[in-house]
Ligand binder design. Structure first.
Ligand code: GLU
Length: 370
């Protein structure tokens, strides 16, 4: 049998605890290309791990995932807890932050973006792995994917269960993220998210379950591929060209609010956003990006004042289409197509930060993203 015996041992604040022992056989060859993991060699790929915190950097009671604190273990400790990872790559870890990703901020996004650009410009690394909480991972991934021009892989990874629990998924996820980041097959695919043996694009992926390890799904597109400790399978070749990245706005990211539609909705959320100087408003609308007449009237008034108004949906899959139930042309609205509200917000921030505010131009940029 062609097989790799991979034993992953989780480290809990310096105390080694055996978490997972896994024998992996080579899977039957499918229709898609298979890439063996890197074997130990003197010329290992150089991977820069940028640690930001999250559950992957947390500890908890060994019996459960209840009552833990996201963030707390450093990137170096995380790597030390995954024996075998040193055979994949020569790894250097840096701590960018150590927060639960509910506290992810524009400031940390800029630090990440600037460090990744510097590392690739100075040829310090062949790939980057970012350890991150899962709550806002799709937003960070989408932000970086929108502004980075690199062909080299940038992979985000996290975990749903803290280190030290019986079911910790962090060590294997981190192993597989490094595996993906070192693969030549991962070049020119933009930023990637690796969780639970699956490779996703931050453009399409979203967190769909509050606690399950299979939480990351790409409902409109499916995953880009699959990974296990023995192989990587992409479902299609890397694109031959990629969209032009947006500039990282020098003056920072403007305030863009998300308002969530519901039955019996009035205008308050929208008027509050305008009063608090929002430069953009994204509607997490009903169905095809809809909302009550009171809310739509307030959105139209905001658009007339120059606020960028984008209709997205609170529904987890599908597209928001122009001028179906809502007269977008007349009201000066933009639709987000497939982008959920949290990613539509990031794109709206980047566009306004780059001086793109006219509804037709903003709409073109949303269209051009796929
Ligand atoms: N709220 C935490 C975070 O996003 C925990 C969730 C997680 O990482 O899985 O960092």
């Amino acid at each position: 049998m062609n097989g790799n015996d991979v034993r992953l041992i989780g480290l809990r604040q310096g105390l080694v605890a055996a978490l997972l022992s896994l024998t992996v056989g080579m899977h039957a060859t499918g229709a898609v290309a298979q890439q063996p993991v890197a074997s130990q060699s003197r010329n290992l790929p150089r991977i820069l791990v940028l640690a930001t915190g999250g559950t992957i950097a947390s500890t908890s009671d060994a019996r459960s995932a209840i009552g833990y604190n996201a963030g707390g273990i450093t990137g170096e400790q995380l790597i030390a807890g995954v024996p075998g990872i040193e055979k994949l790559a020569s790894i250097k870890a840096e701590q960018i932050s150590n927060v639960g990703s509910q506290d992810m901020s524009n400031k940390i996004w800029y630090q990440l973006a600037e460090r990744i650009k510097e590392a690739f410009d100075k040829n310090e690394a062949d790939g980057v792995v970012i350890t991150h909480g899962t709550d806002t991972m799709e937003e960070t991934g989408f932000f970086l994917d929108s502004i980075l021009a690199t062909k080299k892989p940038v992979v985000l990874v996290g975990s749903m269960r803290p280190g030290g629990t019986n079911s910790a998924d962090g060590p294997l996820n981190l192993y597989e993220a490094v595996e993906v980041a070192t693969s030549p097959q991962s070049a020119n695919r933009g930023v990637l998210i690796v969780m639970n043996d699956t490779i996703h694009s931050p453009r399409w992926v979203t967190k769909t379950h509050s606690t399950a390890v299979q939480t990351f799904q790409s409902p409109n597109s499916g995953p880009l591929g699959y990974v296990d400790p023995a192989s990587i399978r992409y479902l299609s070749p890397a694109p031959t060209s990629r969209k032009k990245p947006l500039d990282l706005p020098k003056s920072g990211l403007p305030r863009v609010e998300i308002v969530y539609a519901h039955a019996d909705m009035d205008a308050n959320q929208i008027e509050d956003a305008v009063q608090h100087d929002a430069k953009g408003i994204v509607l997490a609308g009903d169905g095809d990006g809809n909302a009550s007449k009171a809310a739509l009237d307030a959105m139209e008034a905001a658009a007339r004042k120059g606020v960028v108004v984008v209709r997205s949906t609170r529904v987890s899959s599908g597209f928001v289409n122009r001028n179906v139930e809502v007269p977008d042309d007349k009201n000066g609205f933009v639709v987000s197509y497939d982008l959920n509200a949290q990613k539509a917000r990031v794109l709206t921030q980047l566009l306004i930060g780059n001086g793109v505010t006219a509804p037709e131009q903003v709409q073109k940029a949303f269209q051009a993203t796929y």
